[in-house]
Design a protein around this ligand. Structure first.
Ligand SMILES: Nc1ncnc2c1ncn2[C@@H]1O[C@H](COP(=O)(O)OP(=O)(O)OP(=O)(O)O)[C@@H](O)[C@H]1O
Length: 249
């Protein structure tokens, strides 16, 4: 990196604000006598509009970190801030509101309701959110408007995952958290799903974190963060993101 690049990066960081910030997160799971330290003093932030890819071997703590960031789980110690507010883990109402209004989740398995069409699956979320987009608009963003009246069983795995992405972003969350979104898909379908996620990040500016085992997916990120044994072992910034279509694995 040249001096100019480095100054430009520092300036960009100073100017950008974080959406989520975790400070010294520790998570210990206790099962009987056995204790597992899944996170061990992790500092982690996600800036506005940023795309972060989270890598690490199985068991390194990726899902634990994502679940705590999204208010699905609470840390044993440490704090999570959403913008300038600390998320109070003892305040269930606050966590529920945070999840409902501000965070979109996408998981490896799509968890769509089989008896509802694509548009009805998305509408389930928009009906309870404060400032949603129209379900059709969300489906259009992921390229699935023509399939809006199809049931999950009439859609391929990749199409179902794109409905799940539409459902996650329809409430217009500030942050999109994706845990192995391509884990159950073949290469070509996985690329289509990453393209949908990338488009949401680019067009809506939704700060996004994507967990993957696939190191080459790191190319689509602004920042690639690697976990090892519950600690951050590496942070790599990409000066130029590549498009999912350019990924090879
Ligand atoms: N509910 C739980 N109870 C006990 N131990 C747990 C629980 N959830 C996770 N762990 C342990 O915490 C550690 C981190 O797990 P985590 O699922 O966060 O890793 P990961 O990096 O997401 O792994 P993978 O890539 O396999 O999904 C592992 O050792 C795991 O066995």
């Amino acid at each position: 990196m040249s001096n100019n690049d480095s100054e430009a990066t520092q300036e960009a960081e100073t100017n950008s604000r974080f959406v989520l910030h975790a400070h010294k997160l520790t998570k210990v799971y206790k099962t009987g006598e056995v204790e597992v330290k899944a996170l061990d003093g992790v500092d982690f932030e996600v800036f506005e509009h940023e795309m972060v890819v989270l890598l690490g071997q199985s068991g390194s703590g990726k899902s634990t970190l994502l679940n705590i960031l999204g208010g699905l789980d609470v840390a044993s110690s440490g704090e999570v801030y959403f913008k300038d507010k600390i998320l109070d883990s003892s305040n269930k109402g606050m966590l529920t509101n945070f999840r409902r209004e501000h965070v979109g989740f996408v998981f490896q398995f799509y968890n769509l309701i089989p008896s509802l069409t694509a548009v009805e699956n998305v509408a389930l979320v928009t009906e309870i959110a404060e400032n949603p987009m129209q379900p059709e608009e969300a489906l259009d963003l992921v390229g699935l408007l023509p399939r809006k009246d199809h049931f999950p069983a009439q859609l391929s795995g990749g199409e179902q995952q794109r409905v799940a992405i539409a459902r996650a972003i329809a409430k217009q969350p500030e942050i999109l958290l994706c845990d192995e979104p391509t884990g159950a898909l073949d290469h070509e379908t996985g690329i289509l799903v990453l393209e949908a996620i990338e488009q949401v990040n680019r067009e809506l500016g939704t700060a996004t974190v994507v967990i993957t085992h696939n190191t080459s997916v790191g190319g689509i990120a602004d920042r690639v963060v690697t976990l090892r044994d519950g600690k951050i072992s590496d942070i790599h910034k990409n000066l130029n993101r590549i498009s999912p279509a350019e990924l090879k694995w």
